[in-house]
Write a protein that binds this ligand. Structure first.
Ligand code: PLP
Length: 437
C-alpha cells in the first residue's frame, strides 16, 4: 500500500471511529487529522506523509527526555516480561513502586515524603482533593470541604479536576460539577485572603495552584506570591497543594517549579514528565506531617485507589526516565535553553509589531499576539490559531490559548533541545508570525 492510500484509509477511519480528546470536532470531520505520526526522535516527530516537525510542545508538555528513547523501551520490556502488573491494593506491593516512591521523596520540594500513585494528572488532582477532605474528616473538622483554585488554572478533566479548573469554558462544557469549589484571582495573594474570609476559613479544606500556569497561557506568578500564599494557608490552617503536573521533572529549569519560590506545599500532584509520557503515570505526594497524621488517625480502610495505582511497568519506566534526566543534566539544559528561548522571543518581539508580552520560565514559554505592541490593543478575533497552523506547515508544533480573551502562543519543547534546534524553532516561529501579520 502506498503512503497516500494508507493516509486516505486512516483519515477516513479516524473520522469515523476516533473521538479525539480536546478537539475541534467539526474541523476534524472536515479536514481529517493534521498529522498521523509514525515516529519520534529527540525533538522531532515524523508523520506518514513524510513531514518532519519540531515538537515545540513536548507533545502535551510531557515528553521531557525527547522522543525515541530506546532505554525507556528497554525498561518497559524488562519489567513487562518479569512482572507487567500486580495490584497494590491492601498490603500488596512491588519493587518499582517502592523504589520510585522513595526516589520521589528525595527529589520533591520540602518534606514531601509519601506517594499515592495514579495514572495521570486528573486522577492526581481528584485524589488530592479527596485526601484533603478525608484529612479534615480524620481531624474532626468535616466542614472543611471547599477547594480554592486560581483563575486561568488547568487541573484536568475528571469531575473534581474540572471543577477546580479556573478556565471557565472547561467547566461550562458540562453541568452538575462537583460542589464546594471556589476561585481566586490568579496573581493576587490578597484575593486568596478575601475569598477565605468571605467563604469562612472553617469551611476551606485546601488551596491548589500550579507553580507556573501552563494550559491557561504560561503565566508566571509574582516572585513573592507563593511565600505569601503559604503564610496565608498557615494562618487559616488550610492545606496548600501544588499541581506540578507540567512543572515537575525539570521543565522550568529546576526539578520542581516550586523551587523557584521557596515555599513548600503540604501535598503535590505530579504526572506527565515523571515518565516523559512513555507510559501513563501520576500521583500525589504528602508531606511528612500529613502522612504521619493519616497513619496515626486512620481507622479502617483508605477507600480510594485506582486499579493502576503503583503499576510496576509505569514505575520502572519512571525510574529509568529520572536517571536519564539526571545523567544527561537535562534540568541544567532546560534552564540554559529556556534563557535562549526567551531571548529568541524578545528578538521576535523586536522584529514583529504584533508580538506583545513575551514570558517564560525554563522551557515553558508564552507569547501574546496584539494588534499594537505599544497600546497592547488586541485583535477582534484571535490570530494565534492561524499562526499555529502556519507554524505546523513550516515544521513547528506549538499551541494557541484563546481562553479569557487571550491571544497567546505557548511552547514547551523537550528538555533535550540543543542550541541549533532552538534557533530553528525561533526562526520558524518568526517566519510564521510574519506570514500572518
Ligand atoms: N494539572 C495540570 C497542571 C495539567 O497541565 C494537566 C494536563 O495538562 C493536568 C493536571 C491533567 O493531567 P492529565 O491530562 O494527565 O489527566
Amino acid at each position: 500500500m502506498t503512503n497516500l492510500k494508507l493516509i486516505q484509509e486512516l483519515t477516513e477511519l479516524d473520522k469515523k471511529h476516533f473521538l479525539h480528546p480536546t478537539s475541534p470536532i467539526e474541523q476534524q470531520q472536515e479536514q481529517g487529522a493534521a498529522f498521523i505520526f509514525t515516529e519520534g526522535n529527540g525533538v522531532h516527530l515524523h508523520d506518514l506523509a513524510g513531514n518532519t516537525v519540531i515538537d515545540g510542545m513536548s507533545s502535551l508538555w510531557n515528553v521531557n527526555v525527547g522522543h525515541g528513547r530506546k532505554e525507556l523501551g528497554q525498561a518497559a520490556m524488562d519489567q513487562m516480561s518479569t512482572l507487567a502488573f500486580t495490584s497494590c491494593f491492601a498490603t500488596f506491593s512491588n519493587e518499582p513502586a517502592i523504589r520510585l516512591a522513595e526516589k520521589l521523596s528525595h527529589i520533591a520540594p520540602g518534606d514531601l515524603s509519601a506517594t499515592f500513585f495514579t495514572s495521570g494528572g486528573s486522577e492526581a488532582n481528584d485524589t488530592a482533593y479527596k485526601l484533603a477532605r478525608h484529612y479534615w474528616i480524620l481531624k474532626g473538622q468535616e466542614n472543611r470541604k471547599k477547594i480554592i483554585s486560581r483563575t486561568k488554572s488547568y487541573h484536568g478533566v475528571a469531575m473534581g479536576a474540572t471543577s477546580a479548573t479556573g478556565l471557565k469554558p472547561f467547566r461550562d462544557f458540562t453541568n452538575s460539577l462537583a460542589p464546594d469549589f471556589c476561585y481566586v484571582d490568579h496573581a493576587s495573594s490578597q484575593s486568596l485572603r478575601e475569598v477565605i474570609e468571605a467563604e469562612g476559613p472553617e469551611t476551606i479544606a485546601a488551596f491548589i495552584a500550579e507553580p507556573v500556569q501552563g494550559a491557561g497561557g504560561v503565566h508566571v506568578a509574582p516572585v513573592n506570591y507563593f511565600k505569601e500564599v503559604r503564610a496565608i494557608c498557615d494562618e487559616y490552617d488550610i492545606l496548600f497543594i501544588t499541581d506540578e503536573v507540567i512543572t515537575g521533572f525539570g521543565r522550568t529549569g529546576t526539578y520542581f517549579g516550586m523551587e523557584h519560590y521557596g515555599a513548600a506545599p503540604d501535598m503535590m500532584c505530579f504526572a506527565k514528565g515523571v515518565t516523559s509520557g512513555y507510559v501513563p503515570l501520576g500521583g500525589v505526594m504528602l508531606s511528612e506531617r500529613i502522612h504521619q497524621e493519616f497513619t496515626e488517625l486512620s481507622k479502617g480502610t483508605l477507600l480510594h485507589g485506582y486499579t493502576y495505582s503503583g503499576h510496576p511497568t509505569a514505575c520502572a519506566v519512571a525510574i529509568r526516565n529520572l536517571e536519564i534526566i539526571e545523567q544527561e543534566h537535562l534540568i541544567a539544559n532546560a534552564k540554559a535553553m529556556g534563557e535562549e528561548m526567551l531571548n529568541g522571543f524578545k528578538w521576535i518581539q523586536s522584529e514583529r509589531e504584533i508580538v506583545g508580552e513575551v514570558r517564560g520560565l525554563g522551557l515553558m514559554g508564552g507569547i501574546e499576539i496584539v494588534k499594537n505592541q505599544h497600546t497592547q490593543e488586541r485583535f477582534q478575533a484571535p490570530l494565534v490559531p492561524q499562526i499555529v497552523a502556519e507554524a505546523a506547515k513550516r515544521g513547528l508544533i506549538c499551541r494557541s490559548v484563546v481562553f479569557d480573551g487571550q491571544d497567546t502562543l505557548v511552547f514547551a519543547p523537550p528538555l533535550v533541545i540543543n542550541k541549533r534546534e532552538m534557533s530553528q524553532l525561533i526562526e520558524i516561529l518568526n517566519d510564521s508570525i510574519q506570514a500572518i501579520e
